[in-house]
Write a protein that binds this ligand. Structure first.
Ligand SMILES: [Zn+2]
Length: 78
């Protein structure tokens, strides 16, 4: 989990990173979280179905950045 899960600034920063490199991420179709493209299953809901359309990922990142935390935004596993 992020160290500062409530921080909107942190979320905006993360979202910006995703918007610039959407091909490195994908959207979980189970819970709409954005996960790294290398993830096999969603760390949040354990779904294995993803949408890896780059444009959809960028749009979802922008949407999630403006929300209170509901869905997880980009969990980095590196
Ligand atoms: Zn999920």
């Amino acid at each position: 989990m992020p160290a500062d899960p409530e921080g909107l600034h942190e979320r905006a920063r993360q979202a910006d990173k995703i918007v610039k490199n959407p091909s490195r991420y994908k959207i979980c179709q189970g819970c709409e979280s954005i996960v790294v493209a290398s993830a096999v299953t969603c760390p949040s809901c354990h779904s294995y179905r993803f949408d890896d359309n780059a444009q959809a990922v960028a749009e979802q990142a922008r949407r999630l950045a403006q929300r209170e935390r509901q869905s997880v935004l980009a969990i980095d596993f590196e």
